[in-house]
Design a protein around this ligand. Structure first.
Ligand code: SF4
Length: 478
């Protein structure tokens, strides 16, 4: 996933604004955080492993001076959780300095590596983002925009980017529009500041800055900030939106808007559709906190069954799914959730969640509720079963880790220990969103990948770590 922010604000310190915007996107990645700032002459970068508020605190930010900044919080989909892989990626090349914050995942990393003189040896870390940064910094030719126009048509996969050199800040979306990126306008804050412009993964990143939503960055578009006359739009490819439907189901904040839809309302309607498709006899409806909340509210309304909180969540614990390893994820459930036995004892409970990925977290939650006295547990999932891996920026790249790829619904029910289990259909998801299927990527549900995935990408997310140092041969299929 990852959260990205870009701020161009003449007369203001942009690093603090970018960090605040990033704080609103913390849910998109909790492994590392960082900011790159420019005063028009020089780019400085500060980043580290950890949460946004730990890394970009009041001791660091005052020393990061300049009116342009990009910021990034990471959830790894390529490369290990190492400092070297944190972002913004930065490269001081012979012709230009380039800093990049990237949300997404490239699918032709091996081919791109073959374009980099010196190959793998030139990279400190092992992310597709660092590779792209190195390619842009080392490219011959004109300014950063010229180099992007020459390079981006060779890049395949999912990429929402904020890119910066000393002089300009650019927001970019891949031609398939997998990952969101919005443009907003900062208000004038006083006589010395001239307002400014913000790019962010979600509208929640604009709201926290008091910025007004202007529009989405289009698939295949580069938005250039820092030029006289306001943002300039440049196309590097024809684009057609295939927004990741998981953004609407689960990942993005409920107060964010995507494609004109408020995500709380979309999720509430998914819960209503789920109640119509898969009703249950029960005494109460409860969410798996926090992300199951809107769908549980919709289920309760449509079914007439009372809504209750059956668990509380430790609000200082991270989101379970985006912890980087299975060991951490398993501990995370116990740290994160506590049952409320008074609400559960002797009751038949509908438990609404937004996804089952590996099944292990759900199994722990069901066991937790049973120990607290729930008599029956009817699990309802406000998304279809995840049958296929994602190669566009969600860390579900290993098919065998997806329980629905290898188990029937009945087998999953038995594994998690629920009395019944039902998923929302693809049609139910679309009804709740109210937009045509062609606007979205549904590949992890239906296997129809908008960008073909080369066979060697399907190995795993550590592709650059496994390649030998030096020039990378382009792989030939077996
Ligand atoms: S495969 Fe699934 S998770 Fe990945 S971009 Fe498509 S809808 Fe989103």
């Amino acid at each position: 996933m990852c959260g990205i922010v870009g701020v161009h604000a003449p007369g203001q310190e942009a690093a603090g604004l970018a960090a605040l915007g990033l704080f609103a996107l913390q849910h998109r990645g909790q492994e590392s955080a960082g900011v790159a700032v420019s005063d028009g002459d020089q780019v400085m970068v500060y980043k580290d492993l950890g949460m946004v508020s730990q890394v970009l605190d009041e001791r660091r930010l005052p020393s990061l001076r300049g009116h342009m900044a990009i910021a990034h919080c990471r959830y790894s989909t390529t490369g290990s959780t190492l400092w070297e892989n944190s972002q913004p990626a930065f490269r001081l090349g012979p012709r230009r300095a380039v800093a990049i914050g990237h949300n997404g995942n490239l699918v032709n990393t091996r081919e791109l590596l073959a374009l980099l003189p010196g190959g793998r040896r030139q990279l400190q870390g092992s992310t597709d983002t660092e590779l792209l940064t190195a390619l842009l910094a080392s490219a011959d030719g004109g300014d950063l925009l010229d180099v992007l126009l020459a390079t981006l048509p060779k890049v395949r996969g999912a990429f929402a980017l904020v890119v910066m050199d000393e002089h300009r800040l650019l927001g970019i979306r891949d031609p398939w529009g997998f990952r969101p990126l919005v443009l907003g306008r900062l208000p004038h804050g006083g006589p010395r500041d001239e307002g400014g412009w913000v790019l962010a993964s979600e509208t929640a990143g604009l709201d926290v800055l008091g910025a007004e939503y202007v529009r989405d960055v289009d698939p295949g578009e580069i938005v250039v900030l820092g030029e006289p006359g306001g943002p300039r739009s440049v196309r590097f490819a024809e684009g057609r939106e295939h927004l990741c439907v998981f953004e609407l189901i689960y990942f993005a904040r409920p107060d964010s808007y995507m494609l004109g839809r408020n995500l709380y309302e979309v999720r509430r309607r998914m819960g209503e559709a789920l109640a119509r498709e898969s009703p249950a006899e029960a005494d109460l409806v409860m969410p798996v906190p926090d992300t199951g909340g809107p769908a549980a509210a919709g289920f309760a309304e449509a079914s007439g069954i009372p809504y209750r909180e059956g668990m509380t969540r430790n609000r200082y614990a991270g989101r379970t799914f985006i912890q980087p390893s299975q060991a951490l994820r398993q501990r995370g459930v116990n740290v994160k959730l506590s049952p409320l036995p008074e609400q559960l004892r002797g009751r038949r409970v509908v438990v609404v969640d937004d996804s089952i990925v590996r099944g292990t977290t759900t199994r722990q939650i069901v066991a937790l509720l049973r120990r607290a006295g729930a008599r029956e547990i009817h699990l309802r999932i406000s998304a279809p079963p995840i049958h296929h891996p994602c190669f566009y920026g969600i860390d579900t790249q290993v098919e065998t880790e997806l329980i629905a790829a290898t188990h029937t619904v009945e087998e999953i029910r038995a594994f998690v220990g629920a009395d019944s289990l039902a998923y929302l259909s693809i049609g139910g998801v679309l009804d709740a969103i109210g937009l045509p299927r062609e606007r979205f990527c549904f590949a992890c549900f239906d296997g129809l990948y908008p960008v073909p995935v080369p066979y060697d990408v399907t190995s795993h997310k550590f592709i650059l770590e496994d390649l030998p140092l030096g020039d990378a041969p382009v792989a030939t299929p077996p």
